[in-house]
Write a protein that binds this ligand. Structure first.
Ligand SMILES: *[C@@H]1O[C@H](CO)[C@@H](O)[C@H](O)[C@H]1NC(C)=O
Ligand SMILES: *[C@@H]1O[C@H](CO)[C@@H](O)[C@H](O)[C@H]1NC(C)=O
Length: 342
C-alpha cells in the first residue's frame, strides 16, 4: 500500500521543477545556523536584515535575502530557505528547503577550526540526520523521491583561502597554491559522492567568485589604490577551470547525476565593470560602516556611516553581497546554470 501511494505521487509530479532546495556552504548561503553555535561569526543583529521581512536580522550576512532564497522562490518554493538549526522550524518546513551552511566555514577542516564554526563534514552529518527525520515524517519511499528531485546547491571555498591559506602557515607551509586547490577540489568531489550515495541527483556547484575584489581584500591593497588583487582573482580562475573539469568527470562517472556549474565570477566582474546597468553606484565598498573592513560584529547599529540605500552597492558589508547583488546572481543562475532543472 505504501509503495503504491508513492508510485502515484511520482506519476502525479511533472519532470520539471525541483521538490526542494537543499543548501551547503558558508556565509554566502547561511540563513542563521551560526546563531545556535558559539562563534563570533554571526550577524543576527542590526543593521543586518534591515531590508529583510520585518527588518529581521536572521543571521544572514546581508541586508535582505540571499541568492539561494531568490532561487527557491524562482522554483516556486518558499521565498526564504530556513536554517537547519533554527528551532522555529520543523521537519515539515525543511521538507521543501533547508540550509546547513555555516558562515566562516570551508571545505578544509582547518578553516572551520580557525573560527569555531560548523565544519563541512558536520554539514553532511546534519544532512544524514535530516534524511532520517524525513523518513520518519513521510516514509522511505517519499523521502527517496524528494531527495532525488531536490536541487542541491554548494557554495563554499573562499574562506579556505581568505581565512586560512593566506592568513596562517598551517596549510600554506605544506601546500603550494596549486596543490591546495587540488586538495580542496578533492574534498568537494568526495562531498558530492557522499550526497549522491544518499540520493542526490541534481547538484549545482557554485564557482569561486572574484574574491580579489571583495572590499576587505581591496583594503589590504592600499598602496595600489585599493584595486582588486589580481593574484587572488587568478587563484579563483584556476579553481574554476579545475571545478569545470571535476563537473565533467562527475557527470561521466555517476549514473543519473546532473551536476551543473553555477558561475559567479563573471557576474561579479560584469557588475564591477558596468555598475550602472544594474543601478549600482559603488562597486568597491560595503554599505555597512566605512565599507572598508566592517563585517560581523564590526558591522553594527553604532556605525553611523552605514549607507542609506544598499541597492546602490554591490556589497552590503566588506565581504558579502547586498540583497540587490544576490538577486543579480540568482537571476543569472536561473537563466543559465539552472535552466536544465526548470
Ligand atoms: C531530527 O532528529 C534529531 C535526532 O533525532 C533531533 O534532535 C532533531 O530535533 C530533529 N530535527 C527536526 C527538524 O525534526
Ligand atoms: C575532517 O574531520 C573529520 C572529523 O574529525 C574527519 O572524519 C575527516 O577525515 C577530516 N577531513 C580531512 C580532510 O582531514
Amino acid at each position: 500500500m505504501v509503495l503504491q501511494l508513492c508510485f502515484l505521487v511520482q506519476l502525479g509530479q511533472t519532470e520539471a521543477k525541483v521538490s526542494a532546495v537543499i543548501v551547503f556552504g558558508d556565509s554566502s548561503v547561511d540563513a542563521g545556523n551560526n546563531d545556535y553555535i558559539h562563534t563570533i561569526g554571526r550577524s543576527n543583529f542590526p543593521p543586518y536584515g534591515r531590508d529583510f521581512y520585518g527588518g529581521k536580522a536572521t543571521g544572514r550576512f546581508c541586508n535582505g535575502r540571499l541568492s539561494t532564497d531568490f532561487i527557491s522562490e524562482a522554483f516556486g518554493l518558499k521565498p526564504v530557505i530556513p536554517a537547519y538549526l533554527d528551532p522555529a522550524y520543523t521537519i515539515k518546513d525543511f521538507a521543501t528547503g533547508v540550509t546547513f551552511a555555516s558562515a566562516g566555514t570551508g571545505l578544509d577542516n582547518v578553516t572551520s577550526d580557525l573560527v569555531s564554526v560548523i565544519p563541512f563534514w558536520k554539514e553532511m552529518e546534519y544532512f544524514k540526520e535530516y534524511k532520517r527525520n524525513l523518513t520518519k515524517f513521510m516514509g522511505a519511499c517519499k523521502t527517496d523521491e524528494l531527495l532525488r528531485e531536490a536541487l542541491y546547491i554548494l557554495s563554499i571555498g573562499t574562506n579556505d583561502f581568505l581565512e586560512n591559506y593566506y592568513q596562517v602557515p598551517i596549510r600554506s607551509s605544506h601546500y603550494t597554491v596549486d596543490q591546495y586547490e587540488n586538495f580542496l577540489l578533492d574534498l568537494m568531489k568526495n562531498f558530492v559522492l557522499d550526497i549522491y550515495k544518499l540520493g542526490a541527483r541534481k547538484i549545482a556547484l557554485t564557482s569561486f567568485t572574484a574574491f580579489g575584489c571583495l572590499p576587505l581584500v581591496r583594503t589590504t591593497n592600499l598602496f595600489q589604490g585599493r584595486a582588486c588583487r589580481e593574484d587572488y582573482n587568478k587563484v579563483a580562475r584556476e579553481l574554476n577551470v579545475k571545478l569545470n573539469t571535476l563537473i565533467i568527470n562527475l557527470n561521466k562517472e555517476l549514473k543519473g547525476i546532473q551536476v551543473v556549474y553555477s558561475g559567479v565570477y563573471d557576474t561579479l566582474m560584469n557588475a564591477i565593470q558596468k555598475p550602472s546597468s544594474y543601478g549600482f553606484e559603488d562597486v568597491a565598498d560595503g554599505c555597512c560602516g566605512t565599507g572598508l573592513f566592517e563585517t560581523a560584529f564590526l558591522c553594527n547599529k553604532w556605525e553611523k556611516k552605514t549607507c542609506k540605500d544598499a541597492n546602490k552597492y554591490i556589497f552590503w558589508d566588506s565581504i558579502h553581497y547586498s540583497e540587490k547583488m544576490n538577486k543579480v546572481v540568482s537571476d543569472h543562475a536561473m537563466k543559465n546554470a539552472f535552466a536544465p532543472f526548470l
